[in-house]
Design a protein around this ligand. Structure first.
Ligand code: XMP
Length: 434
């Protein structure tokens, strides 16, 4: 393994993820583990240079006061205990409030006491993961659902590098993707990278199941279930695949608690694969934060617009074509979204605003198009900023950009005569409309 590591033990602090990010920002790899890590796991972790016991007030986890096991103190590594007087190790009563002082204290520990090397980089990570995947998979074969989103794309490119055509990617086009997205998956993975790619055109099947379904929760359920059904049908056709790769990333793991199982049935993660389809999981980016996933994607040579893509919901444009989905309104969402992205790019706002997209509601209003009365749909533009998607503020878009959108969208998108801007933060609105 190429990288030194600082181990963070979760002693009840709410700042574990931030601390891990701060250490990685110093160029040193860091992982968070539960406070009661066992001796075997601790000794199996590669290149650990030091341990931080990161506590909150009085080190409480699930209402119980906790301390690290004796083997942590006896492992011979430098230990920094935060918020807790501990014997035989460096103790901080609390991280300094001042940000610069806090980073100084961290730097002193990481580079001074632990003598860690700043050797954490996307390239080293890639080399390590390629080797780890080869070790895990041996001469076996791996299956991956490749949506074209950042995470699954990075996993696909990494696995192609590790095991070549022993990876089989299944791309399900459910008709709810953005303009040109499925084509890009085929171009980048099927053609440029030479992946073993199965393209499933399931557009009619999905839109058929969604016909006349207006309830948002039912729409989401149908899209999720149908996806699993299609994926399962493809998986059954393939023989001799033991592994399922997933684009799980670190926040997914941290949000479900730091204690995670190594090998679990696929259905826990893919959200409903049947019990008789069991795979061993391959999750090469599960220790990465989103920006690190993007850096690894860039190191793998994936196209910029694939790597720096904004978040996109699983049910895709299906939750932006409000009410019962029709093909013409869905097309209006797709085309207006493409215009919006083009105009953000031109205005230098792409990558600066967290998420922006269009919505087409199921209502019409009177307008004038080409000197004739029209009775058409509005397009609603939404552009928000957020840190964690729990709350969001509205981006104050420049007026010239708004003007261009108001001109271009009704001109270029059939069936649209108005453009509206959603001024609602979250709360009271959610980011998506459905
Ligand atoms: P809301 O609408 O809940 O959205 O404020 C918060 C963030 O989550 C995204 N989102 C989803 N992502 N599957 C996903 O993977 C979903 O079903 C889903 N619904 C919403 C949304 O785009 C926003 O970034």
């Amino acid at each position: 393994m190429r990288q030194d590591m600082i181990l963070i033990l979760d002693m009840g602090s709410e700042q574990n993820a931030q601390l891990a990010r701060d250490i990685r920002a110093l160029g040193v790899y860091s992982e968070i583990h539960p406070h009661d890590i066992d001796a075997a796991t601790l000794s199996a972790l590669p290149n650990v240079r030091g341990v931080i016991l990161n506590g909150g007030k009085n080190r409480v986890v699930n209402g119980r006061a906790v301390d690290a096991a004796q083997h942590v103190y006896r492992c011979g590594l430098p230990v920094l205990a935060v918020d807790h007087p501990a014997q035989g190790c460096q103790t901080l009563e609390a991280w300094p409030q001042d940000e610069a002082q806090r980073l100084d204290a961290l730097r002193d520990f990481v580079f001074g006491r632990c003598q860690a090397q700043a050797n954490w980089s996307a390239e080293h990570f890639l080399e390590d993961q390629v080797e780890l995947v080869r070790r895990q998979v041996g001469d076996g074969r791996v299956l991956l659902a490749l949506s074209g989103g950042v995470d699954s794309s990075v996993v696909a490119a990494l696995l192609i590098r590790a095991i070549g055509d022993r990876l089989t990617c299944v791309h399900v086009n459910h008709g709810l993707l953005r303009l040109g997205e499925s084509e890009q998956v085929v171009r980048v993975f099927g053609e440029a990278l030479g992946a073993n790619l199965i393209y499933v055109d399931a557009v009619d099947r999905f839109l058929g199941r969604l016909e006349c379904v207006a309830d948002p929760e039912r729409k989401r359920r149908i899209i999720g279930e149908e996806f699993i059904r299609v994926f399962e049908e493809e998986a059954r056709k393939l023989k001799g695949i033991r592994f399922l790769a997933q684009g799980t990333i670190y926040p997914d793991i941290l949000e479900s608690g730091t204690r995670t199982a190594g090998s679990i049935k696929a259905h826990h993660n893919v959200g409903g694969l049947p019990d008789d389809l069991t795979f061993e999981l391959v999750e090469p980016i599960k220790m990465l934060f989103k920006d690190e996933v993007r850096a690894v994607g860039a190191a793998l040579g994936l196209p910029q617009n694939m790597v720096y893509r904004q978040p996109f919901p699983g049910p895709g444009l299906g939750v932006r074509c409000l009410g019962a989905i029709t093909r013409d309104r869905l097309e209006a969402v797709r085309l207006s979204d493409a215009i919006l992205r083009e105009e953000f790019e031109r205005a230098g706002l792409a990558g600066k605003v967290w998420q922006y997209f269009t919505i087409v509601p199921d209502l019409r209003s009177t307008g004038v198009v080409d000197n004739r009365r029209s009775f058409d749909w509005p397009v609603i533009v939404r552009a928000v900023n957020t840190v964690d998607a729990m709350t969001a503020t509205v981006e104050p878009l420049p007026w010239p950009l708004m003007n261009r959108l108001a001109q271009r969208i009704p001109q270029e998108v059939p069936g649209v005569n108005r453009v509206l801007y959603d001024l609602t933060p979250k709360p009271t609105g959610t980011i998506e409309w459905e």
